[in-house]
Every structure is written in C-alpha cells, then in structure tokens.
Design a protein around this ligand. Structure first.
Ligand SMILES: Nc1ncnc2c1ncn2[C@@H]1O[C@H](COP(=O)(O)OP(=O)(O)O)[C@@H](O)[C@H]1O
Ligand SMILES: [Mg+2]
Length: 451
C-alpha cells in the first residue's frame, strides 16, 4: 500500500517536471525589485523564480507584478552581483513537504532545516496557500482545552478550533505567554511561526521559554527581522501549511503566530514595491483579505480532520486597539486577549486585562453555573476598576454605594484566589473563584462547575 502510494507520488512529481522551460533575462533593477523580460507568457503572481547570477550563487525571488512588457520580481535576499542579462528561470517546486519527523525541529519558510541536522521531506508536497475547509462541512468548536493558565481555564476559556488574538505593546509578555501555552496546553502538535523576531530572540525562545519538552512536540518556523519581507511573509503561510499537514492527519494542532503585525508589515513592503498604494494608515488595501484568509485557514477541521486552534499575536503601539491590523483581526477572530503594561509593571504575569478581553466560545464553553460565576466576577472587577482612582485616593466612603462596597469586599479575595491558583496550579479553578465570592459575602450560583 505504502509502496503504491510512493510510486503514485513519484509519478505525480515526474509529471510536473517540464522538459522545456522558458528563460527570462534581467532587464533592470529599481529599489528592491528586479524587472525580467521573456517570462511574461508563463510567469504568474506568487511564482518563485531563480536568478542565475554570473557572479555568485543563484538568487531565489518571487513574482510580485506583471505587465505586457516585463515581469517584476522581488529577491529573497540582497541582490548584489545581479547584472543585466542574467538568466531567470521559473522554479516549479514552490511547495513544502512537511513530515511527522519535523517535530522538535526549527525550519525556515522554505522548509529547510535551521538546526544543522538533515530534515526528512514528506511524501506529499503542499502549497503554501491553501483553501480553508469548506464552510458547510466544518465542525463546530470542540471541547474546552486545559491551558495551564488560571485565567484561560476560568474567565476566558479556549476551546478546540478557537482562534484568538493576543494584543499588547512590546515587552509586555506576548512571546513568553505563547511559550507557556506551547508547553502546557493540551494539544497533539504545536506549530510556532516566529515572524520578524530578532535572531537572538529565536534562540532564547527555543532554549529558555519553550524548553526541550515544549520543543519536542513543536515545529518552529522562523524568519528573522533582517530577512527579506518575502521570507517574513511566507513564514506565516509555511507554518499554517505545516499545521494543516498535522490537522489532515486528525491531530489537534495549536498554531502560535508571533506576530501578525510583522507579517502585515512584510506584506506592506512587498505590496508597495509592487506598486500598490498604502491607503489604510500606511497599509495597502490588500492587507484585510490577506489577514482574513490566513486566519480562516485555522479553526475547526472538516470531517476526518483534526483542528487548528490558533493564537495570533498583535503588537499594539500605545494600546491603540483601533489601528488597522488590530481592528481587522478583532473582527475575524473568536476572541481577543489584551495584555496590559500597567499589570506587567506590577509583576503580574501573564499580564492579562480580563475586563478588556473576550472569549467568543462563551457561553457555550462553560456550564450555567460557571457562566454565572464569570458574570459575577466580571461585574465586581469592573466596578472596582471604574472606581479604583476614587478608592485609592481615599475619596470613597463605605456605605455610599452597594455595588462599590461589594466590589471592595470581593477584590482582595478574588486577587488572592487568582494568585493562589496561579502559583499552585489550576485544579478546581472555578471552585476557588466561587469560594472567593462566598468569602466576600456574595450569593454564589449553585450547581456543578462541570469540570
Ligand atoms: N511569565 C513571566 N514571568 C516573569 N517575567 C515575564 C513573564 N512574561 C514576560 N516577562 C517579562 O517581560 C519581558 C518581555 O516579555 P516578552 O514575552 O518578550 O514580550 P513581548 O513578546 O510582548 O515583546 C521578559 O523579558 C520578562 O522580563
Ligand atoms: Mg515578542
């Protein structure tokens, strides 16, 4: 059976090899793109090409613009040494072939190993950009996942196939939280896209944050900030294609993309070089579709498939949640988690601002009693937050407002319960929250926590 499959794959690969192939010539170089003549009849947008430099190694590039007269390509790296008349050929192998043995490995967006060891290719090469499962045949959300984090296991549940955004400024703990999720969440496989990080951060993330145990069930796809925008953009697609490979095997996959902002910025560089106007606060109009089509590929699978649960991180400068990328993502995802610098500065990690965060898997992901507890805790926290300035300044007199009194009473108990659960693990998290409410004198919803 396996032999027959191999033979069929081999036949398909042979059939793709062309006996004759057109050759283009470099006709010019402007900014960070090259124009190529002679390929107008056959090149398509997104095709990979290879520039044979007369001096130096061949240079991979991607078709970003077409016209009657010439084709514009953007190289993957610096194009020193490219000369007029250099030969350009279309590379037909623009696919990656993930394999189960990629677990524990670090690869680049072209599917080449970055850890110095040989990498086995899978039997079935797949395109980088695939269609999501058909909407009508997609399953609903799966069961709630154990995340190893109190806040997610109580107030902001994450379920199988859910896609959430992680919004925060720089240095507030996005990458650290992603690392922790990669280590602890219940999933068969974790695929991590590190897009536009500094080179030093990749090593640090893999060694310190992820650790050997986290890495053993993960595939890390990375393109660092110094690499070409094409590679940085492709990093997200490659990681998604790897996640789809495991999803198609029926696995429960967690995809972590850090960050979508860098993906969008890479696309902006490519699109502007290809002549698109930056109309959306500096971003090209195509950015919405690009982000939406990426996110849509994650989520619950179709029949016989697993799921891709996904966390996309977004850098929000100065907590501007209305900037274009954050705004687009909030619209397409099934929840958003906001990290707050003020909370991080107090030394609380993960610095999740529960009141600003939303999980759209609720109310379905929790029992009636749990939903009641969540609503009650949210209300108490929100009343406390709204009046915090007044309370801290000593301007509030106890007894003036029943709601504020209740929030004041509940706050230390809730804070203590959260910290305790955080330090000691999440067993019976809901019961701990209920206990905190009871201690605060609140009427606690009856019923089983369902966990
Ligand atoms: N769970 C944590 N415990 C302690 N410190 C943390 C934690 N998460 C983040 N930090 C601190 O925040 C810094 C920035 O975190 P990082 O995840 O790199 O942020 P971001 O990815 O948002 O830029 C870390 O270097 C560390 O000092
Ligand atoms: Mg980071």
């Amino acid at each position: 059976m396996r032999q027959a499959l191999r033979l069929q794959m081999l036949q398909e690969q042979l059939a793709e090899i062309k006996v004759t192939y057109p050759i283009g010539r470099i006709g010019g170089a402007v900014g960070n793109v090259l124009t190529v003549s002679g390929l107008n009849e056959c090149a398509r947008i997104g095709d990979r090409v290879l520039v044979a430099r007369r001096s130096g190694d061949p240079l991979p590039a991607e078709v970003v613009q077409l016209s009657q007269a010439s084709v514009t390509v953007m190289p993957d790296g610096p194009f020193e040494g490219v000369a007029l008349g250099d030969r350009v050929t279309v590379d037909t192998q623009n696919k990656i072939a993930p394999h189960d043995s990629w677990l524990g490995r670090i690869v680049d967006p072209n599917g080449n190993p970055l850890d110095g060891k040989p990498l086995t290719r899978g039997l079935a090469p797949r395109a980088l950009k695939n269609e999501p499962p058909a909407a009508a045949s997609r399953r609903a959300f799966g069961p709630r996942l154990d995340t190893g984090h109190v806040v997610f296991d109580t107030m902001l549940p994450i379920v199988r196939g859910q896609r959430i955004g992680l919004f925060a400024g720089s240095g507030v703990g996005k990458s650290s939280l992603m690392g922790k999720l990669a280590q602890r969440i219940s999933a068969d496989v974790v695929v991590i896209a590190m897009i536009g990080e500094r080179g030093r951060e990749v090593r640090q993330f893999v060694d310190d944050v992820l650790g050997p145990e986290g890495l053993s069930r993960s595939v890390v796809v990375t393109a660092t900030s110094d690499q070409s925008p094409l590679l940085r953009r492709r990093c997200a697609w490659t990681a998604m294609a790897v996640a789809e490979h495991f999803r198609d095997e029926g696995k429960s996959v967690l995809l972590l993309a850090d960050s979508v902002t860098r993906f969008a910025e890479a696309h902006r560089e490519v699109a502007v070089a290809a002549g698109e106007a930056p109309v959306l606060r500096g971003f090209p109009a195509s950015i919405s579709h690009l982000i939406m089509s990426l996110c849509e590929r994650a989520g619950p699978g179709g029949p016989d498939q697993g799921d891709i649960t996904a966390v996309f991180s977004v850098l929000v400068a100065g907590s501007d949640m209305d900037e274009p990328i954050a705004d687009i993502l909030r619209g397409v995802l099934d929840g958003h988690v906001v990290l707050d610098r003020a909370i991080a500065e107090r030394g609380h990690f993960p610095a999740i601002d529960v009141l600003q965060s939303v999980s759209r898997s609720l109310p379905g992901a929790a029992s009636d009693a749990e939903n009641e507890t969540i609503t009650q805790v949210r209300k108490l926290m929100s009343v406390y937050a709204q009046n915090q300035v007044m309370i801290s300044a000593g301007l509030y007199t106890q007894g003036a407002d029943g709601d504020i009194d209740a929030a004041l009473q509940a706050w230390p108990h809730l804070d203590e319960a959260m910290t305790l659960m955080h330090n000691k693990g999440c067993a019976h998290s809901f019961d701990q929250l209920k206990l905190a409410l009871r201690r605060s004198g609140c009427i606690v919803p009856k019923g089983n926590s369902g966990r």
